[in-house]
Design a protein around this ligand. Structure first.
Ligand code: ATP
Ligand code: MG
Length: 216
């Protein structure tokens, strides 16, 4: 099955409609694949990421996510993690924040607890669970944001330079966790990045240029 099936999408920001950021862009990403999207500053990577989970809607073309075209459904299937974690925190403490996604799914308390514990443990940050978010380092905040996304157990994760503040060793560990989730649980991972080690890890690499996206 295709995780993302994107056909001929064009997108311009309403404040600058003359400029097509995405210009008849097409790309297909298979379920369970680990892909990387790269390209120069301002080429439209973050814009594309917002289209991948329905936060933005293309003016032309179609976006289908696991066969579904409804934006509300897309948001349940795809978790998007941003580079700046401060944009996504809702709660004051780590465990409350990571619980936010599962709570929105209206799961039972026990299930929520289990998901939060497992997400923190998977990323090796269980020791941070009681900490206030404001006391964390940038890299720790990125790990908490990622844990929050994992706790939702999405079918796909889109990370928009979301690992940029991690040191080499932690970065390597997180990439291997993502690889494992991809291989063992069929999670689809889309990494938007400039980092050579992430590009090397990915099974497929796409380059964005002039509003289009092509396989490298
Ligand atoms: N809200 C907005 N309104 C108007 N223009 C925008 C908006 N957000 C981004 N842009 C413009 O759209 C283009 C693509 O931006 P985008 O953030 O998608 O690029 P990017 O590839 O993610 O860049 P980077 O590598 O710096 O993260 C840029 O020219 C940017 O200035
Ligand atoms: Mg960007």
């Amino acid at each position: 099955m295709k995780a993302f099936e994107i056909k001929n999408i064009s997108y311009s920001y309403p404040s600058y409609p003359q400029k097509k950021i995405l210009d008849k862009l097409s790309v297909d990403i298979n379920e369970g694949s680990f892909v990387c999207i790269t390209g120069s500053v301002g080429c439209g990577k973050s814009t594309l990421s917002l289209l991948l989970n329905g936060l933005l809607k293309a003016q032309e073309g179609t976006v289908s996510v696991f066969g579904c075209t409804d934006e509300r459904e897309m948001k349940k299937l795809v978790q998007l993690v941003f580079q700046d974690p401060d944009n996504s925190f809702i709660s004051e403490t780590v465990e409350r924040d990571v619980a936010f996604g599962p709570e929105n799914l209206c799961l039972e308390q026990k299930e929520i607890r289990e998901r939060v514990d497992l997400a923190l443990k998977t990323l090796g940050i269980e020791g941070l669970s009681k900490r206030r978010i404001t006391t964390l380092s940038g890299g720790q905040k990125q790990l908490v944001s990622l844990a929050g996304a994992l706790a939702v157990r999405p079918k796909a994760l889109v990370l928009d330079e979301a690992l940029s503040m991690l040191d080499e060793k932690t970065h390597e560990r997180v990439l291997s966790v993502l690889n494992k989730l991809c291989k063992e649980e069929g999670l689809t991972v889309v990494l938007i990045t400039h980092r050579a080690s992430e590009i090397k890890t990915a099974g497929e690499v796409y380059l964005m240029k002039e509003g289009k996206c092509s396989k490298m």
